[in-house]
Design a protein around this ligand. Sequence first.
Ligand SMILES: Nc1nc2c(ncn2[C@@H]2O[C@H](COP(=O)(O)OP(=O)(O)OP(=O)(O)O)[C@@H](O)[C@H]2O)c(=O)[nH]1
Ligand SMILES: [Mg+2]
Length: 349
Amino acid sequence: MATTRRNVNKGPKKEGTRRGGAPVAKGKPVRDDRHAAKRADKRHKVPTATEPEITPERPDIGTIQWFPGHMARTRRKIQESLSLVDAVVEIVDARIPLSSRNPELDSLTGRKPRLVILNKADLADEAATRRWISYFRAQGMAALAVDCKSGRGCNQFQPALRELLRDLVEKWESKGANRAIRAMVVGIPNVGKSSFINRMNRGGKAKVEDRPGVTRMNQWFVLESGTQLLDTPGVLWPKFEDQTVAMRLAFTGAIKDQVLNLEEMACELLQVLRQGYAPLLCERYKLSEPLLESCWDLLQEIGRKRGMLLSGGAIDTERASIMLLDEYRGGKLGRITLEFPDREVTADA
Ligand SMILES: Nc1nc2c(ncn2[C@@H]2O[C@H](COP(=O)(O)OP(=O)(O)OP(=O)(O)O)[C@@H](O)[C@H]2O)c(=O)[nH]1
Ligand SMILES: [Mg+2]
């Protein structure tokens, strides 16, 4: 990742404080609740935020890992349910169509026909999404872009699924069997699996929330057409070998914030956004180009512009970080794709 990545630690890690400086209960290495973090006791904050020194002994970012027990169970459940379905619908995030693919899915789902759906297309760069669709199709995969907020692209799903299973459907028809297609909807957390099912299933009832880890059990839904979709809990993989991938998953909301240092994440996101999307940053936060070189300074400037001050006048960088991540995730900065099929955009690109 970025060579200029900032460690936003405010000093050596002490028991009872998180790396970002806000308090944490003993024995709990990570934040408990994002809103609690917002309300965190400001007395624990160092009044003047100083950019920390980065040395080889102090790695500049904590390693991101998140693989709770329910994901291990989901892996098993996916395998167990495989014999019940005709196809696998893999939902990925259109902003990070590769990083949001679970590398274990091939081994979990074997040779089941697969349809890749790039969801949240409303948040991604339109031209980049078109290129991603061509990329997947060039690899011989069926792929569609959708936006479950508006429903755009969703009407192509059933024809695409039938096309994917054409041989099978023809076989059923030739035998006079009146069988409905069954498909399992899988993907990383918070990518919109349940939203997609609700979109397809008018009056849908799958639980949807803006945080990862909402769906906890497999659940079947029957569409008007008779097609049956199995909603599954989001699943990641036990170890992120590539922390660039982990970071992108964190930026887009697939990893729960409680295991992240949000100030570090915000600095990383700024580092990435300034590469290709500086005008959007300037517009949103009333900044002028050239942007400050240090992302930590930039985060402080954004906090200052938004009036996020602590008593004593220091910038509340934690609040600014939460705001920046929320606004990126919610598309407030604009349509932003973080990786491209022919060009890897990383923080040090
Ligand atoms: N902007 C936008 N937001 C979406 C889209 N699809 C889903 N969302 C939002 O993404 C968040 C997560 O949606 P869910 O459907 O709960 O995601 P999930 O994949 O089922 O999540 P888990 O069950 O936690 O694995 C919700 O806030 C949705 O409103 C989309 O196409 N565009
Ligand atoms: Mg869900």
